[in-house]
Design a protein around this ligand. Sequence first.
Ligand code: SF4
Length: 252
Amino acid sequence: MMREVFTTGVECDLGCQYCFASWGKYTPPLHIAKFSKSTASLVIPACDSEIQSFIYLLENNKFIFPNNTTGRIVITLSTKTILSEKTIMLLSDLNKLLKEQYNGFLKIGVSIPTISMAKELEPKAAPPLLRLKNLSLLKESGIIGYAIIKPILPFLPKNEFIDLSNILYNEGVKYVLIGQLYVDRNTPFFQKYIERKFEVKQRQVLWLPNKPVWDYVSDQDIEALLIQELENKSVKVFQSDIAFVNFLVNGN
Ligand code: SF4
């Protein structure tokens, strides 16, 4: 499955402190206007809260599907806001269109990396537990909904990950996408929470156009704990979006 990442290019104003999309060295992926020329089978507007600008494009008929694609089109969106009924209706129509005409589907992640520090780290996002209410509305509308614990914040107490997995299980979440924390040494976030406290490693970010090498932090113990807590409750955990889509398409 060929994967391309698109963005609407609209700046997000939710102000999450760990957001790499606000870094000076971040180069946005392809602009969504190029989507109509794409032969990608998997399309991901990159940013969490681009969901609203994506809806704007849909409402104003400015989102144009490739007219010669024979492949499957899967669209992934994610949010830290509370989706309105109107937004869910539009997304539901998009999901139906993808299913009927493009052998694909829409999936929407509710992003919830922390509960205890949400006010500090995600100042303008909806309260975490309210975000999860989106999931029942998405389910009623036939859209695949799931939770995202990404980035995994290594400075949270371990108990918070156990609490999070219990909350997600109690909300009926079936799928969780997890991921490590990219960091920029020049941000106040890095200096306050990461510097001299955690080992910083490097990896190439393959889904960005210039494939930059970025610093990241991962805590194997927390990841293992989170995976174990969720899998013990029969919640399926994915460490990459492409693995998640492959599972939904092929069942493995
Ligand atoms: S919602 Fe997403 S894109 Fe917006 S600031 Fe937060 S992490 Fe960044």
